[in-house]
Design a protein around this ligand. Structure first.
Ligand SMILES: CC(C)(COP(=O)(O)OP(=O)(O)OC[C@H]1O[C@@H](n2cnc3c(N)ncnc32)[C@H](O)[C@@H]1OP(=O)(O)O)[C@@H](O)C(=O)NCCC(=O)NCCS
Length: 405
């Protein structure tokens, strides 16, 4: 089979519903597009593969920002990647990815992968790990909270976008890997169609108010009735939890870990450095599991390296190879620290060489260049350049993505 069977073209607004339908079918879920979905669709950022009058492949990018070490920058949020089952393994995904990556205006693209084997060949790399919990609430033993004048409240959904948005923005200044949300994106996040609840309750929105009455944390969660032979065994699903101060963090988690009738709590988006184990007497009962989280792909190496900050001073020449984006090939002189960064093309002798995949993996500061040097994927030409650059690229707050998009 050859590529000439299909053509690629950007979508138009009229393509929205069949675009969504093909992607949903490729992932095997039911989808009924809403007006909000149509509002959020950026047709010029959506690519279609078409065979005659049949849609056979989709990929789109959403314009959102992302926190990276020391900054919040625009990042193409890639999603809705799907190929019709009758047209797979003929190179349609490869054509979609190559074109999309060459055309994105942002210096980096990010995505969540359905399977780990798909995106590495296009220069994407996992740049953040996540941790999921399946907490045994009968055994975990949450530490008591010492209540002052702070309190936990429920927030009506109509107030949520305006009240929660400032907290998410503040989280972005503290932790890399967090995607920003426009007002529309907040409304999408909080959409709660009964048919998508899977037997769980409507979403509840908790907020924490500090002693002065300001909001400094929130949690989105649902419950599910379950009755075992031993009595009540309800299940709690925490969808998102943002806490800007330790008191808010402890109070929100204490509330969720001590709900009456509940036996199990699931949370899929903990950070690798999540401190919850410090607030319980039996951390083993959190049942933690490592998961893959955000994948990153630098589409403009020079600009991307200038946009982030570095944990310690760095002055290094890196030689980069990229099979897909020609402009990323070559040597770059990078200088930076916690306040500034510059990155320019150079002909100087390289101190380190690596491919765009390793640079993408370490971009958010959660993975180490030394880890890749250990398998020969980063080469050190100037003795000492590797530890200094490794330390500069890492970041004190581990990256974590708090939502699958
Ligand atoms: C994943 C998917 C988009 C791939 O589309 P496709 O058009 O069949 O992919 P291509 O033919 O361009 O494949 C390119 C290469 O990737 C490999 N590949 C494709 N899908 C893969 C997968 N799921 N796991 C591992 N490798 C995969 C192919 O074998 C091929 O390898 P090669 O270059 O060494 O021959 C398609 O299988 C699909 O729609 N899957 C279900 C939905 C899904 O998972 N979407 C991704 C959401 S993040």
């Amino acid at each position: 089979m050859v590529n000439s069977e299909y053509v690629l073209r950007p979508a138009t607004a009229d393509d929205h519903d069949r675009f969504v339908s093909l992607f949903a079918t490729s992932m095997m879920f039911e989808s009924t597009p809403t007006d909000l979905d149509r509002e959020l669709f950026e047709p010029e950022r959506a690519l279609l593969a078409v065979d005659g009058d049949k849609l056979v492949g989709t990929a789109k990018a959403m314009s959102r920002d992302l926190s990276v070490p020391g900054a919040v920058v625009p990042a193409a949020h890639v999603t809705a990647v799907g190929v019709r089952a009758t047209h797979r393994r003929r190179g349609i995904l490869s054509s979609l990815m190559s074109r999309q990556l060459r055309e994105v205006p942002e210096a980096l693209a990010v995505l969540w992968a359905s399977e780990p084997g798909i995106y590495g060949r296009f220069g994407y790399a996992p740049a953040a790990w996540g941790v999921s919990y399946e907490v045994d609430l009968r055994k975990v033993g949450p530490h008591p909270v010492h209540r002052g004048a702070d309190r936990i409240e429920e927030l009506p959904v109509e107030d949520a976008p305006a009240q929660l948005a400032p907290m998410l923005r503040e989280l972005q200044t503290k932790r890399p890997g967090v995607s920003g949300r426009s007002e529309q994106a907040w409304r999408k996040r909080l959409q709660d169609e009964p048919e998508s609840r899977g037997g769980k309750t409507a979403r509840l929105i908790l907020v924490h108010r500090d002693q002065a009455g300001s909001l400094d944390g929130y949690a989105l969660w649902r419950g599910k009735l379950s009755w075992g032979s031993g009595g009540p065994a309800n299940e709690v699903t925490v969808e998102e939890l943002v806490a800007l101060h330790p008191t808010a963090y402890h109070a929100l988690w204490h509330h969720l870990l001590t709900l009456d009738l509940a036996a199990k709590l699931e949370f899929g988006h903990a950070a690798l450095d999540e401190p919850l184990q410090q607030f319980v007497s039996n951390p083993v009962a959190l049942n933690r599991r490592l998961t893959e989280s955000l994948w990153v792909r630098l589409t403009d190496v020079r600009r991307a390296l200038t946009q982030r900050r570095y944990a310690s001073p760095v002055d290094v020449v890196v030689e980069v190879s990229d099979d897909l984006i020609d402009d990323n090939n070559g040597r770059f002189h990078l200088t930076g620290d916690t306040e500034h960064a510059t990155c320019e093309r150079t002909e100087s002798t390289p101190d380190l060489s690596l491919s765009v995949g390793e640079l993408s993996a370490t971009y958010l500061g959660g993975r180490s260049l030394a880890e890749f040097a250990a398998t020969g994927r980063v080469s050190e030409h100037t003795p000492g350049a590797l530890p200094v650059t490794t330390a500069a690229f890492q970041w004190p707050a581990v990256p974590a993505s708090i939502e699958i998009f």
